[in-house]
Design a protein around this ligand. Structure first.
Ligand SMILES: Cc1cc2nc3c(=O)[nH]c(=O)nc-3n(C[C@H](O)[C@H](O)[C@H](O)COP(=O)(O)OP(=O)(O)OC[C@H]3O[C@@H](n4cnc5c(N)ncnc54)[C@H](O)[C@@H]3O)c2cc1C
Length: 452
């Protein structure tokens, strides 16, 4: 990619976390120049702000992997630079002179709770999953200055995927921890997640019922066996599909036993219950499942709770200049994330799956197996499975990145002078944000001592 006759590829990557760092490393290893534009000071994305902080080893390993990949020769890191705010997307694609641009900016917007007027109650009884988990992951940092939440008992979680189980676990571990502290017992949250709530309480001769907690409840519009916590491979035999559905049932029951939350299937949010200007509950409509379709029935019921946490998926934040279709980017080719009118643009990672988790729609992506989901949810009673998760995260990112890198190679490369012009512009931006090309020193500088 860098020989004299063909010139050099210079690729801009938007987002420097799992997907962005992997694409950057693969391109750099093949001789391309790369500039990674990252909106945050640290390039850790959902590993820092989406993966709950009890995944201590997995997070540390991924931080190290991302840092190592972005430090490779040929990669320019450009922190504190949001494309769409600090740098215009169309300018980046058409004027900066890059040979290709890769969108690896993930999915950071919560899919809106589908009830008219619901968003009027954000902060007044309604909470969305993304800011809630960001707060939870930074709750112990003195310098954290984002929105703060109080996990309350008897919360209602609307969801059904892995992320909604994460939210339920946060609520349960937090509220149980508080009840124990009231009794003078200080249990480490990470330890409690590993052992589970009943085993932790048993050490103190307590049962969950002794704590006086109602626990939180997940409301899901489909059945337990439809939960997208594991994938059913395309073209699976009826027997294999049935086995996968049974595995979902087993996983959920194990999670409910270990973390003491409740689950109500076949219930779609249908209306708001508002009192004194606050959201105090929801009306649900019973549903029936026909194949993949959710059929709303006539029956409705109401449930009240301390708050509603909506965890129904993460979607990309709109970026001015990138065409959208509904709530997703309008990719003409979802495999490589190609946009019809931008022949030099590609995409990789969560942004192409259109989901906040790695239950991906890509054909080539590794399936989320029962074992992987069990390890992710803390249900495999051992560190081994959890360690293997890091490999799974990397393997998925690597597969997608290889396909994108191959696509980039097919585009025309740049002459040396053009490379220098792009580099000068990149360096100008790095100087403006005070970045001096030493990634390790920069990360050390922008990471608080109490960062987890
Ligand atoms: C079994 C399993 C289940 C998992 N489930 C989940 C899950 O449910 N939820 C979850 O969150 N993770 C989950 N993970 C972790 C998963 O690996 C991450 O979601 C994945 O790493 C996403 O990587 P990404 O790079 O595509 O996106 P992100 O990590 O979101 O990275 C995007 C980066 O782009 C940056 N960015 C965004 N917009 C801009 C912009 N305009 N300009 C510049 N920079 C920008 C962001 O700051 C961020 O650093 C799971 C992992 C496993 C193994």
């Amino acid at each position: 990619m860098a020989n004299a006759s063909r010139g050099t590829h210079f690729v801009a990557i938007i987002g420097g976390a799992t997907a962005g760092a992997e694409v950057a490393a693969q391109l750099a290893d093949r001789g391309a120049r790369v500039a990674v534009f990252e909106q945050n000071p640290r390039p850790f994305g959902k590993i820092e702000d989406g993966l709950p902080r009890w995944h201590v080893a997995l997070r540390k390993k991924e931080y190290a992997t991302i840092s190592e990949k972005l430090a490779r020769p040929g990669i320019e890191f450009v922190p504190n630079t949001q494309v769409g705010r600090d740098v215009d997307f169309l300018e980046l694609v058409r004027e900066w002179g890059f040979s290709a641009v890769v969108l690896a900016n993930g999915a950071w917007r919560d899919r809106p709770l589908p009830i008219e007027g619901a968003d009027d109650y954000v902060g007044k009884g309604l909470i969305y999953q993304n800011p809630f988990v960001i707060w939870f992951n930074h709750a112990n940092e003195k310098s954290y200055d984002g929105p703060v939440f109080e996990p309350l008992d008897d919360a209602m979680v609307v969801g059904g995927g892995l992320a909604s189980i994460d939210v339920a676990k946060v609520l349960m571990l937090w509220t149980v921890g508080e009840k124990l502290r009231e009794r003078g017992i200080d249990e480490d949250m990470v330890e409690m997640e590993l052992k589970g709530i009943p085993r932790t309480l048993a050490k103190h001769d307590l049962k969950f019922e002794d704590l006086g907690l109602a626990g939180c409840t997940i409301f899901y519009r489909r059945r337990v066996e439809d939960m997208p916590v594991t994938e059913i491979p395309e073209g699976a035999t009826p027997e294999r599909a049935e086995k996968a559905r049974k595995a979902r049932d087993k996983l959920l029951n194990k999670a409910m036993g270990k973390y003491c939350f409740r689950f109500v299937p076949l219930s779609a949010p249908d209306g708001l219950i508002v009192e004194g200007g606050r959201l105090v509950g929801l009306r649900f409509r019973r549903t029936r499942i026909e194949g993949r379709r959710v059929i709303p029935l006539d029956e409705t019921f109401e449930r009240r709770g301390s708050c509603v946490i909506s965890s129904i998926g993460s979607i990309p934040l709109p970026m001015p200049g990138v065409p959208t279709k509904g709530e997703l980017f309008d990719f003409a080719d979802w495999e490589l994330g190609r946009l019809a009118d931008f022949p030099t643009v590609f995409a990789a990672g969560n942004i192409v799956t259109g989901k906040g988790n790695i239950v991906a729609s890509r054909k080539h992506a590794t399936q989320v197996s029962e074992a992987m989901a069990a390890a992710y949810l803390g249900l495999d009673d051992g560190a081994e499975g959890r360690e293997a998760l890091a490999d799974a995260v990397s393997a998925r990112a690597a597969e997608a990145a290889a396909a994108v890198a191959a696509g980039v190679v097919d585009l025309p490369a740049l002459e040396d002078e053009a490379v220098e012009r792009v580099l000068a512009r990149v360096r100008e931006r790095q100087a403006a944000v005070g970045y001096d090309s030493d990634l390790a020193a920069w990360i050390a500088k922008v990471t608080p001592a109490d960062f987890e």
